[in-house]
Design a protein around this ligand. Sequence first.
Ligand SMILES: Nc1ncnc2c1ncn2[C@@H]1O[C@H](COP(=O)(O)OP(=O)(O)O)[C@@H](O)[C@H]1O
Ligand SMILES: [Mg+2]
Length: 351
Amino acid sequence: MVKKVAVLYGGRSGEHEVSLRSAAAVIDGLKQLDNIEVLPVFITKDGTWLLHGNRVAFLPDPNIGGLYLLEGESAGQVLTVDVIFPVLHGPLGEDGTVQGLLELARLPYVGAGVAGSAVGMDKILMKAILREAGLPVADHIWFTAYGWAHGEQEYVTAVSEKLGYPCFVKPANLGSSVGVSKAYNSDELKAAVAEALQYDRRVLVEKMLDGLEIECSVLGNDDPQASLPGQIIPCNDFYDYRAKYLDDRSQLIIPAELPPKLTEKVRELAVKTFRAVDCAGYARVDFFVEVESGVVWVNEINTIPGFTEISMFPKLWEASGLPFPRLLQKLLDLAEERAKQKAMLKTEYAV
Ligand SMILES: Nc1ncnc2c1ncn2[C@@H]1O[C@H](COP(=O)(O)OP(=O)(O)O)[C@@H](O)[C@H]1O
Ligand SMILES: [Mg+2]
């Protein structure tokens, strides 16, 4: 039987362009699988959903079972969909919002559920939960736009006393290093906070960590497995947007050349992080590894990792023996498995 897979891409997020690149690779890869029909659903920057140029929508009613066609010859009809693959990076796609809509519609989808997506996207909540689970995260402080407006000087003092310079300033909810700065002094801190506040109401300031930037891919639902780790060597002062996507001098070393003990530690912490935020399907967990002292810090989890064919997530699986098309098949299977588990849960309470 042919499976219809709707790939959602683009989106109303600062990472729109990154999503276009990931989705091109995912769509291409899905087309290499047997019995898969791809429905590419492009979400414009202002949030219009388009299938081959015509407006479509998922509605929250679970009896609909697919994409509702709003325009074109078949307007008013429903196109059945078996699995949805959100290839959306950043807010309004990777943060539980789209996942919430798909939950209401009772449609199987690839990746983490509402809570896992929301927590994975929000660096402040993510770090609190990881710390609670005993995972090592960098010291940090955070505040809202309101808090900063009313207590800027106190926060500046707290940063210099507790974190020191340079430090990292990040909007709570974003990715691809959009709005992230490295501040070397209090003037740069203030400018960095103003920049981050353009993207979010909440901002995180973090102690700088030394060490190698190591990433590890995870795949699974109840029994997640970790890939071999890889290393990033950014071509800039840090792995900013330019170093990630615009400058091809950043290097990926796959697998990372770590002592075996540290490789195992990274893999173990990747799985623990995945479980701590109640992730599903897949994720990429990023670390800073201090090789001499053997200290491993968790930086973040990405619940919809970059997915071009040269991205770290698929490359690490390829190096671990799982080529791109089989990886996609596995993700579709995991989505259906999770949807079946959810369907078995009671939604009524009979006394
Ligand atoms: N505490 C830190 N110490 C050192 N480098 C950091 C720190 N936090 C972030 N960076 C650098 O900034 C980059 C982007 O930060 P990150 O938290 O991963 O945000 P994003 O979700 O946008 O990828 C990292 O890949 C790393 O190069
Ligand atoms: Mg990152």
